[in-house]
Design a protein around this ligand. Structure first.
Ligand code: FAD
Length: 306
């Protein structure tokens, strides 16, 4: 792994650095570029801002490494309150929620995670919106797809995430390309061993192969990437498969390539922005910085220029 990336990922677990970032004047604005804020109100405000220029949202309440049932319960209740609030404010057609199963108990009690995900899906149905299960590292893929299958027996619209860096993903894409399915295709964000994952350009090639499978299928593919080459290949392949705009969507992260998000939306494409919020923003922010050194430079410049 690149040394800068390792350094930033090490800082992600360091509490002193977290406190330093949280208290340094000026850092708040920079954090706000990638994280909507700490409260449900902040998340709702972000949705309204995105909706103003035709973008949709999927909201992620930040909270990983949940180690006990109380913490998982807090996460579930936050999602339920968020869904209620979106519905109450007439925004449920503009926003869905993304859920990490690890945040609702998957690491210590898979049955609890299923029950908790069930509660969130039931609330989403009542609020006329949808849920997508985020995908985490490869040791959780089977469990997450198992829980997805259970949930889809009641709600076929529950979305899955597939990561093109995993060697298994083309097969998973074939299995999930049927009617009613919603599949977010991304490259994958975790450090994975070569036995299970492609590297470098092979990840992009696999992305295109999986995109073809999903576009040829009967489901609703969601292409999560900021990569200009992949965005344009997906558009071209969608036309080739006779897919109309609106029968698939692009997804990007909050604060990343916002001009491109607006351009695609203005061209008539559906664009959904992944909006993280919550008190636990620090680990998320560090992962975004590790992904792209240019973001780190931007962050450091903003800190010292204050
Ligand atoms: P990269 O390979 O990171 O970048 C390719 C090119 O894209 C760059 O060369 C540059 O031209 C452009 N680019 C990338 N970042 C920027 C930037 N900040 N500013 C300007 N240009 C940029 N991963 C998971 O493992 N599980 C998930 O559930 C998951 N959900 C996601 C949901 C969404 C909506 C998105 C967008 C990503 C998600 N990811 C998830 C993360 C994903 O797997 C990648 O780690 C992340 O998106 C970076 O990959 P990329 O396709 O954007 O391209």
């Amino acid at each position: 792994m690149d040394p800068l990336r390792s350094l930033i990922l090490a800082a992600a677990g360091n509490d002193s650095i977290r406190r330093l970032v949280a208290t340094t004047p000026g850092s708040r604005d920079v954090v706000r570029r990638f994280v909507a804020g700490e409260t449900i109100g902040d998340a709702v405000t972000a949705v309204r801002g995105l909706a103003a220029d035709g973008r949709y949202a999927t909201l992620d309440y930040l909270g990983e490494d949940t180690t006990d049932a109380d913490q998982a319960e807090h996460t579930v209740r936050t999602y339920l309150e968020l869904l209620d609030r979106l519905h109450g404010e007439g925004l449920s057609a503009r926003a869905e929620v993304s859920v990490k199963l690890s945040a609702v108990g998957q690491a210590f009690d898979e049955k609890l995670a299923l029950d908790n995900a069930y509660r969130i899906c039931a609330a989403a149905e009542q609020c006329h919106t949808t849920v997508t299960l985020d995908m985490e590292d490869h040791t959780t893929t089977d469990s997450t797809l198992g829980i997805l299958a259970e949930l889809r027996r009641t709600w076929p619209w529950v979305g899955a995430v597939l990561q093109s860096y995993l060697r298994r993903t083309e097969d998973d894409a074939k299995a999930l390309a049927g009617p009613d399915s919603r599949v977010r295709l991304c490259k994958g964000a975790y450090a994975e061993p070569p036995e299970v994952a492609h590297d470098g350009a092979d990840v992009d090639l696999a992305y295109v192969r999986c995109a073809n499978v999903l576009l040829e299928g009967d489901g609703y593919p969601m292409f999560a990437t900021h990569d200009p080459r992949l965005v344009s290949i997906v558009g071209e392949r969608a036309r080739w498969y006779g897919r109309k705009q609106g029968s698939y969507e692009y997804q990007m992260l909050y604060g990343v390539r916002p001009d491109e998000q607006r351009r695609l939306a203005a061209d008539g494409d559906t664009v959904r922005v992944y909006v993280p919020f919550g008190e636990q923003w620090y680990g998320y922010l560090m992962r975004r910085l590790a992904e792209r050194p240019a973001n780190t430079a931007f962050f450091l410049r903003a800190l010292v220029s204050r």
